[in-house]
Design a protein around this ligand. Structure first.
Ligand code: COA
Length: 332
């Protein structure tokens, strides 16, 4: 690892990338597996389809594809990286971390630190905040931040209130130290008292033979998410001195279109200023924000100078946000 001599003033996103499994599962296909319908799923969640990892795909392989694309967009080599942080709830292995598996797949031999962050659906915002602080503290000048999941592997395909929600995929961003912002700030929170509302029973220490399917009290989680995201929007804008009208794009965690609509309403934003991918990707947990971001960067909606508000809520409970002034992609 190269040791930068001093703290860095600002951090910019230099490139984005994403990856989705080829296999698509539509609501029609799901309705042949459980007692549901396309109409019900679209009305209650906004989801129309999800991508499902094949046998030869994993969280690490999706993370690798997304990372290669992000590095290419940034005009950088894997060997330029000083840090790798992967947000995931569905790692390939108990250990090594998915970040270490990714480092090996990328062929990096420079000994840069690599570790996973576990904050479920808020994972990407947590990982972004971590890497941002590493760079600001002068412990790195570049970082690869990835959200990658194979949620299909912890889905109970017989539970209709739950299996309709999840999808697989990965998204990545390359960060670099810069003279101008960049990332304007991040806000993170957690409240560990709500495990019963959203959790997976199986675990290394509590028993790998227990159920490994996501269990959720959907209605209660929904209400908690809307209220919490409502508050974090205010907190974020106040802390970093911006008005609602300063936000060009909302890039939310893609859990449910009704949760996203409530946040957009709170911001006084019309839905055409919201990056929506929940219809195509479903809830890909830590991957959903970087997947949405990469979609809107590549189709030209997000442009230099735009202010992006990212927000997420997930198991834990965890929640967080990031404010970013978008800058030119590619080499500095
Ligand atoms: C899961 C979720 C879509 C369920 O929608 P809901 O409007 O809350 O629905 P409810 O759970 O109140 O169930 C309403 C009825 O629909 C039924 N139902 C549940 N899933 C169904 C399905 N897939 N198809 C048809 N009917 C379904 C229920 O059995 C219930 O029937 P009943 O009234 O006869 O008992 C919604 O609660 C949600 O999205 N919650 C947030 C989940 C989330 O985002 N979690 C991740 C956070 S990161």
């Amino acid at each position: 690892m190269r040791m930068p001599p001093e703290v860095n003033k600002h951090v910019q996103v230099a490139g984005t990338g994403s990856a989705l499994p080829e296999r698509i599962m539509t609501n029609a296909e799901l309705s042949r597996m459980v007692d549901t319908s396309d109409e019900w799923i679209v009305e209650r969640t906004g989801i129309r389809q999800r991508h499902i990892a094949g046998e030869d795909e994993s969280t690490a392989s999706l993370a690798w594809q997304a990372s290669v694309r992000a590095l290419e967009a940034a005009g950088m080599q894997a060997s330029d990286l000083d840090l790798i942080v992967v947000a995931t709830t569905t790692p390939d292995l108990v250990f090594p971390s998915t970040a270490c598996l990714l480092q090996a797949k990328l062929g990096i031999e420079n000994h840069c630190p690599a570790f996973d962050v576990q904050a479920v659906c808020s994972g990407f915002v947590y990982a972004l905040a971590t890497a941002d602080n590493f760079i600001r503290a002068g412990q790195a000048r570049t970082a690869l931040v990835v959200g990658a999941e194979t949620m299909s592997r912890i889905t109970d395909w017989t539970d209709r209130s739950n299996c309709i929600l999840w999808g697989d995929g990965a998204g990545a961003v390359v960060l670099r130290a810069a003279e101008e912002p960049g990332i304007l700030g991040t806000v993170l929170h957690a409240d560990g008292r709500y495990r019963d509302l959203l959790h997976v029973e199986a675990g290394v220490s509590s028993g790998l033979d227990k159920s490994r399917a996501v269990r959720m009290q959907g209605n209660a989680v929904f209400r908690f998410a809307v209220n919490t995201l409502d508050q974090i929007v205010d907190e974020t804008l106040t802390r970093f001195g911006l008005q609602k009208s300063d936000v060009s794009w909302l890039v939310p965690h893609q859990a449910n279109i009704r949760i996203i609509q409530a946040t957009a309403k709170k911001l006084g934003m019309s839905m055409d200023r919201v990056v929506l991918t929940v219809d195509q990707h479903a809830n890909t947990s830590a991957a959903s924000i970087p997947l949405a971001l990469d979609t809107a960067v590549r189709d030209g909606r997000i442009r230099p100078g735009d202010v992006l508000l990212m927000e997420a809520f997930g198991g834990g409970f965890t929640w967080g946000s990031a404010l970013i002034r978008w800058t030119q992609q590619g080499g500095a």
